[in-house]
Design a protein around this ligand. Structure first.
Ligand SMILES: Cc1cc2nc3c(=O)[nH]c(=O)nc-3n(C[C@H](O)[C@H](O)[C@H](O)COP(=O)(O)OP(=O)(O)OC[C@H]3O[C@@H](n4cnc5c(N)ncnc54)[C@H](O)[C@@H]3O)c2cc1C
Length: 118
């Protein structure tokens, strides 16, 4: 994973004992509906990151994602403790899963190859 983007939590909501959502302001790159980004926090001196699906429309801000809280989950146990204004990191925004992701990666590879040639 490349460099992390710095963002801030603007809303945190606990829906049920095991279901939580966060809204985040972060300077992410444009993405398409259905794509996911990575959310990261520094835990014990190490960046721990996991993929999450954004539920906001691509043109809407803040970014929003919902997650299930895992009892022994390193990241989710930290995410539920975040409050408004707390820093949060992210990266690799806009990637999609499966073959769509591989096709997009291949397109990026081809276009950067073409740019190097010109
Ligand atoms: C493409 C992609 C998109 C994702 N989008 C979301 C999302 O929008 N919301 C969300 O809640 N999670 C999502 N996940 C899962 C998420 O990335 C984390 O794995 C999850 O939040 C747990 O993180 P953790 O660090 O607390 O625990 P981890 O260390 O990631 O997981 C601990 C263990 O629990 C398992 N696990 C992970 N998630 C679940 C679950 N929901 N139920 C049961 N076991 C689980 C893992 O496989 C692992 O064995 C997505 C995963 C992928 C690959």
């Amino acid at each position: 994973m490349g460099k992390f983007l710095e963002g801030r939590v603007v809303n945190s909501k606990c829906w049920t004992e095991r279901f939580h959502s966060l809204q985040v302001e972060a300077p992410v790159e444009p993405f398409k509906a259905g794509q996911f980004g990575k959310v990261a926090l520094e835990i014990n001196g190490e960046m721990v990151f996991r993929p999450y699906s954004f539920v906001n429309a691509p043109h809407e801000r803040p970014l929003e994602f919902y997650f299930i809280t895992l009892e022994n989950g390193p990241l989710t146990q930290r995410l539920i403790k975040l409050e408004c204004g707390d820093p949060i990191s992210g990266g690799d925004q806009g990637r999609s899963s499966g073959s769509q992701s591989r096709r997009a990666a291949r397109r990026r590879e081809i276009s950067s190859h073409d740019m190097r040639k010109s």
